[in-house]
Design a protein around this ligand. Structure first.
Ligand SMILES: [Zn+2]
Length: 103
């Protein structure tokens, strides 16, 4: 055998990258807004963000709030958090949006 060696190594590298991201993925994110436990989350592309190892975004179905889990250097994480809050505050008004008649 061994005919798939090259393809195998490429697939292995891709799988390793995926495994690495999954290893960094938290089991759940606690909603910043209503403290719900969110197990569904999307990985955020952080390749352009120096100091950030990984970031995940979870959308809360209960209160429609987005919560981020960010891993990396503390300063970079703080900067990214601030940037997200600014972006969210400017466009969707996160934290000030009325919870549209939701009980
Ligand atoms: Zn929530």
């Amino acid at each position: 055998m061994g005919q798939a060696r090259q393809r195998g190594s490429l697939a292995q590298r891709q799988q390793a990258a995926i495994d690495q991201k999954l290893a960094l993925r938290p089991k759940f994110i606690t909603c910043n807004h209503c403290q719900a436990t969110l197990t569904a989350m999307d990985a955020v592309d952080v390749s352009a963000l120096p100091g950030i190892t990984a970031a995940f975004e979870a959308h809360c179905p209960h209160c429609e709030h987005d919560t981020y889990a960010i891993k990396g250097e503390p300063e970079a994480v703080a900067r990214l958090h601030a940037a997200i809050e600014q972006a969210a505050g400017g466009s969707s008004g996160a934290g000030t949006v009325p919870a549209a008649n939701k009980g």
